[in-house]
Write a protein that binds this ligand. Structure first.
Ligand code: ZN
Length: 270
């Protein structure tokens, strides 16, 4: 119970009240919610992307992928992706994902907009997850658009020792459904995210530094529509000036306390 100071505890109580009072609360999550599950914050100070040199950045771009598909530098791209793939396969939802999942099941959250590709919100119990940077769980043939599961994709990569693998139906290359550098975001997911932002009455920003556009605009849209904004992140964000409540603490500590406060308040009022 003494995990947070009194000031933070008061803020947690207020967040719980806001969640109970709201009719259309949405969550906007970023890499910070998954770091406690062992998924690196790609763009953070120690992140995979930040540490990359220009050559590696180039490999992880959509151009790099297309070159790999033409057989140029295919093994380098696989080497680069391997540590990330291993982390995604072994990661488990943490206390913050599970608290969000419970709040969703209680009907207190309408949607989870996430910049993460790791599927951990779904595994933590949340539904209506809008994945604006795609997901690692599926892949799509660049020719006939046939869908493959991650497991099928990995099986084909192992079998042939080649990345990307080739579609069984049409012979075109199969691309994971994650957004590569230089690639545009999935338009339907972005449109949905913006619509939820414009119509919500409460937005909880969890573990996003709010620097990647267009999603970094979502709190602005919510604020303009009159929503309350709560930001919980390890460090300052670019949108702190919009927030009604800011907590700079670990999400794995704060979110279970928010859930606990909500459950206590709802029990005492029923
Ligand atoms: Zn195909």
């Amino acid at each position: 119970m003494n995990e947070v100071d009194n000031e933070t505890r008061e803020k947690i109580e207020k967040i719980a009240d806001l969640l109970i009072q709201s009719k259309n609360a949405v969550i906007l999550s970023g890499a910070g919610i998954s770091t406690e599950s062992g998924i690196p914050d790609f763009r953070g100070p120690d992140g995979l992307w930040t540490q990359m040199d220009g050559n590696e950045m180039d490999l992880a771009s959509i151009d790099g992928f297309e070159r790999a598909a033409r057989g140029e530098g295919s093994s380098n791209l696989l080497d680069l992706l391997q540590p990330l793939i291993e982390k995604l396969m072994t990661a488990r939802p943490n206390r913050a994902h599970k608290a969000v999942g419970k709040l969703y099941k209680m009907g207190l959250i309408k949607a989870v907009i996430t910049q993460n590709i790791d599927n951990l919100h779904q595994r933590g119990g949340a539904r209506n997850v809008i994945e604006v940077h795609g997901t690692y769980k599926t892949a799509t043939c660049m020719g006939c658009k046939k869908k493959y599961s991650f497991e099928q994709l990995i099986g084909m990569v192992m079998e042939k020792g080649m990345f990307p693998p080739v579609c069984k139906e049409c012979g075109n290359f199969i691309k994971p459904d994650v957004v590569f550098f230089g690639e545009s975001l999935p338009p339907i997911a972005v449109a949905k995210a913006m619509e939820y932002s414009k119509t919500c009455d409460l937005m909880l920003v969890l573990g996003s530094s709010l620097v990647v556009y267009p999603i970094a605009m979502a709190p602005n849209l919510a604020k303009q529509a009159g929503a309350k904004i709560v930001i919980i992140n390890n460090e300052q964000t670019d949108k702190d000036h919009l927030a009604d409540i800011i907590i700079n603490e670990s999400l794995g500590v704060v979110m279970p306390l928010v859930l606990e406060a909500v459950q206590r308040k709802m029990k005492s009022s029923s």
